[in-house]
Every structure is written in structure tokens, then in C-alpha cells.
Write a protein that binds this ligand. Structure first.
Ligand code: NAD
Length: 450
């Protein structure tokens, strides 16, 4: 890859466009292969995979094809009269590729987490080594098939493997490393980048809180939106809702609404629902169950199901009366368990968030004044008022974490996606057939009115 970068293969903008067009055609042609792989790895319903993995990739390629010429053009700035010495010069800032880039993906959204950064890297003229996560082996293989079928091997290659192979890859002289995954490995990646003074982008995780204050406009819609961010992909989402901070006066009502949502979306037995995703593997299943076993909180079973190791299944579970020092609060949960902490004053909630690592995302429900107060007095990679995860649709805004959810090499930007406090009525209880697809439709319809 270094040799082909040196030969200039990827410098030509026509070549880059051709590669992106070919990738787009390949994703469309192979969409069944990709969706089946995701289903085998995660037991995830097709509609979720289409919404979260395939559609964003197609959209991103479309955006790059549309704007690439503009973005690739040199920037020219007008010289002020005080810079008279330069008036006879022609000056510009040219956009140049890094060189050879490694993209190392995680298993939870195994297609988008490698293809989205690939699109940007290719469009900018880099050569790329892709390393998909070994924990989602069917998706990793589908990516290899897709890349070898439609991209020039002088521009992109896929390497497979786990920690040992990735460590070898990281010893290579790379110009930039784009890593998505947990912070422990993120630190190893940053060290490896330092060896060669390579650039590094770290997309890490953390415990993203949800705060619900008593002045929220519509508790029903609030419950739907929180459960969506907890149960999509069975909670295995970097910007998912990790834990809930709720004002004491509305906690019981919210718990009833959560239970209604779960039953309507997945029935009393989500294990039999085609809409409920599995935990990625036995190790992660064990990790989540150990945290659940160790909690001192009050476990509220919301279904008739039991956790099932052989099926990598954990039912949606609420845990009430959780203390901030509870084992469930020790690490990012990455599973369908929602710890609930009650507070009496808003400052208690804000102080609790500020006493912990800065999260990747923060969700604040309440009046505009309340949500503004929460967002202004906390730090997070992104923050959303009266909704969850919706900022992921804002493709033209920056995305990333801050502090331990990103590494300090990334610009620390908070993207505030402020939605109206007047949440329209979502009706998760209205239809006994409600399944995830319908819940999603409700959420999306509900949003179009905002
Ligand atoms: P993972 O186990 O798939 O690991 C990620 C990558 O690191 C894999 O490609 C793996 O092969 C490699 N790896 C693992 N151990 C290694 C080692 N010792 N040395 C070198 N490479 C190694 O995924 P994970 O870490 O479990 O991912 C989940 C985490 O990722 C969560 O914390 C989640 O929040 C975060 N995440 C962040 C984003 C984001 O955009 N910020 C997106 C998705 C996931």
C-alpha cells in the first residue's frame, strides 16, 4: 500500500471517483450478502441493519461524489493590504492525502465502522488497509469479498485477524490510524502511532447518560426514545443510552411506560421476536450477566424470558434503585440493561455526570431551559435535547467523543442537536402488533413533525 501510494495511483481524482462509484455499486449488488452476514453475527433484524449500516454508507458515498470536487479544491484566501510583501505571489492551501491509512473496526456495527472511514480515506486519495473486527467474522468476510470484488487492490486491501495480527499491522509505518473500539486498545493504538509519529483518530466509547427531568413535555415519547437507544442492537451501540438519571417524582410512571414499550415492541417473549438482536458472543454475554448478578439494585424483569447463554440472549432488563458506585455503573454496559438512578435536584444529576469520564453522548429530556442547563454544564462528545441517537442522522455535523471517549487527538466539539420540547404523542401502546419496525416507524413519523 505504501508503494502504490508512492506511485501516485490514488492521486487522480477521477480514479478516486471511479473507486467510490464502484464501491456504491458493490454495496448495492452485495446488500443481501452484507445483511445476511450481519444477521449471522448479531441476529439483528434486517430493517435495523439497513437503517444503521447500509443506508448511511450509500448516503456517505453519494455526499462525497457530490461534493468531492469542491472539497478537493485548494483554498485561496484574500491577502490583506498589510501583507503587501506577498501581493506578487500566488498562494493557496492544497488538500493532500495522509498516505497509507489503517482502518481498524469494531464488531458492533461491523460494516459501517469500516466502510464509512474508508469512503473518506479513499476520497481524499489515501491507500488503505482495512482490518475488520474478528468478533463479527461473517461481516469481516463479507467486507473482504466486497472490497476484492469492486476496489483496486493498489488502493485498498483487507487484512483479517485479532489482537496478534492487529498488533503486527500497527508495527508498520502507517501515516494515519483510524481506530474504533474500546479505550484500552485505543491506548495501545495511540502508542503504536506515536512510534512512527502517525496521525491517529480514536472513536471510543463510554457511559452515555440520559437525564429525564419532571418538566419534560411528554413522558410516553420520552420512554419510547430512551428504550430505542437502549434496545436497538440489544444495547450494543456506542451512542446508546447507558444509564438513566430520572427525577424522583416521575420515575414510577416512566418505568410503567418502559415496560409497555418492551411488551409492545417485542411481546412478552423477545427471545421469539425476530426484531431482537443477540449479544455478540459468549464472553460478552458472561460479562453482562456478571454485572447483573453483582448489582445491588432492584432488578425489574420486563418479560417472561430468562437469559439464555446458548442463544446469546439477554432480555430487556430495568434495574431500579441503582447507586452510583454499583457494579452496573463501573463500565460501559453495552447490553440491554438499563440502570435507573433517581435524583431530587437537577444539580445532583449534573454533578453525577461531571464526576465521571466525559461520555460520547448525553441525552437530556425536559423543558428547553432544563435541557440547556444540563448541556451547558456538562461535557460530552455530542448532546441531544429531548431525543436519543438522533444526532447520528446529522451527517454534516462533527461526530466524535471528548476526553476518554475519543482520545485527546480529536478536536473537542460538542454537537448540540436541539429538538423541540413539544414532543408529539408517540403511540407505542396503540397497536398490539407493534414490533421494532413499527416502533421505528412511530419514532420516525413522530420526528418528522418536530
Ligand atoms: P473489538 O473487540 O472488535 O475491537 C476493536 C478492534 O480492535 C478489532 O478490530 C480488534 O481486532 C482490535 N483489537 C482488539 N484487541 C487488540 C489488541 N490487544 N491490540 C490491537 N488490536 C486489538 O471491539 P470493542 O473494543 O469491543 O468495541 C466496542 C467499543 O467500541 C465500545 O466501547 C464502543 O462504545 C466503542 N465504539 C465506538 C464507536 C464510536 O464511533 N465512537 C463506534 C462503535 C463502537
Amino acid at each position: 500500500m505504501r508503494a502504490s501510494f508512492a506511485q501516485g495511483t490514488t492521486r487522480d481524482i477521477k480514479f478516486r471517483k471511479q473507486q467510490l462509484n464502484s464501491l456504491l455499486a458493490g454495496v448495492r449488488k452485495n446488500s443481501k450478502l452484507l445483511l445476511d452476514a450481519l444477521s449471522m453475527d448479531l441476529g439483528r433484524p434486517t430493517v435495523e441493519s439497513e437503517v444503521f449500516e447500509i443506508a448511511p454508507v450509500e448516503y456517505e458515498i453519494g455526499q462525497f461524489l457530490k461534493y468531492m470536487d469542491k472539497w478537493a479544491k485548494p483554498d485561496k484566501h484574500k491577502l490583506g493590504s498589510e501583507q503587501a510583501a506577498l501581493l506578487m505571489c500566488s498562494m493557496e492551501v492544497r488538500k493532500v492525502p495522509h498516505g497509507t491509512v489503517a482502518i481498524i473496526g469494531a464488531w458492533n456495527y461491523p460494516i459501517r465502522l469500516v466502510l464509512l472511514p474508508l469512503i473518506g480515506a479513499l476520497a481524499a486519495g489515501n491507500t488503505v488497509v482495512l482490518k475488520p473486527s474478528e468478533l463479527a467474522p461473517h461481516s469481516a468476510m463479507a467486507i473482504e469479498i466486497l472490497v476484492s470484488e469492486c476496489l483496486d487492490p493498489n488502493a485498498v486491501r483487507v487484512v483479517q485477524g485479532g489482537a496478534a495480527e492487529t498488533s503486527e499491522l500497527l508495527k508498520q509505518k502507517l501515516d494515519h490510524i483510524f481506530y474504533t473500539g474500546n479505550g484500552k486498545v485505543g491506548r495501545l493504538v495511540a502508542k503504536a502511532a506515536a512510534e512512527h509519529l502517525a496521525g491517529v483518530t480514536l472513536e471510543l466509547g463510554g457511559k452515555s447518560p440520559v437525564v429525564v427531568h419532571h418538566d419534560v413535555a411528554d413522558l410516553g415519547a420520552t420512554a419510547t426514545r430512551i428504550m430505542w437507544a437502549k434496545l436497538a442492537n440489544s444495547g450494543q451501540t456506542c451512542v446508546g443510552a447507558d444509564y438513566l438519571l430520572v427525577h424522583r417524582s416521575i420515575k414510577d410512571k416512566l418505568v410503567v411506560l418502559f415496560r409497555n414499550f418492551i411488551e409492545n415492541a417485542y411481546t412478552k417473549s423477545p427471545q421469539k421476536s425476530p426484531d431482537y438482536t443477540r449479544i455478540i458472543n459468549g464472553r460478552h454475554w458472561q460479562r453482562i450477566m456478571e454485572l447483573l448478578d453483582a448489582t445491588k439494585g432492584n432488578i425489574i424483569n420486563c418479560t417472561d424470558d430468562q437469559a439464555d447463554q446458548a442463544d446469546r440472549y439477554i432480555p430487556p432488563t430495568l434495574v431500579d434503585g441503582v447507586h452510583p458506585n454499583d457494579p452496573l455503573m463501573s463500565h460501559e454496559l453495552f447490553g440491554p440493561i438499563l440502570p435507573i438512578i433517581t435524583y431530587d435536584t437537577l444539580d445532583e444529576a449534573v454533578n453525577l455526570i461531571n464526576s465521571r469520564d466525559q461520555p460520547l453522548a448525553l441525552y437530556a429530556f425536559g423543558s428547553s431551559k432544563t435541557t440547556e442547563y444540563i448541556v451547558a454544564n456538562t461535557r460530552s462528545g455530542s448532546a441531544v435535547s429531548n431525543d436519543t441517537m438522533y444526532h447520528m442522522a446529522a451527517n454534516n455535523y462533527p461526530f466524535g467523543g471528548t476526553g476518554p471517549s475519543a482520545g485527546l487527538s480529536v478536536d473537542q466539539k460538542v454537537c448540540v442537536c436541539r429538538l423541540s420540547e413539544q414532543i408529539n404523542k408517540a403511540k407505542p401502546n396503540s397497536n398490539s402488533e407493534t414490533k421494532l419496525f413499527k416502533s421505528l416507524a412511530i419514532i420516525l413519523n413522530d420526528r418528522t413533525a418536530l
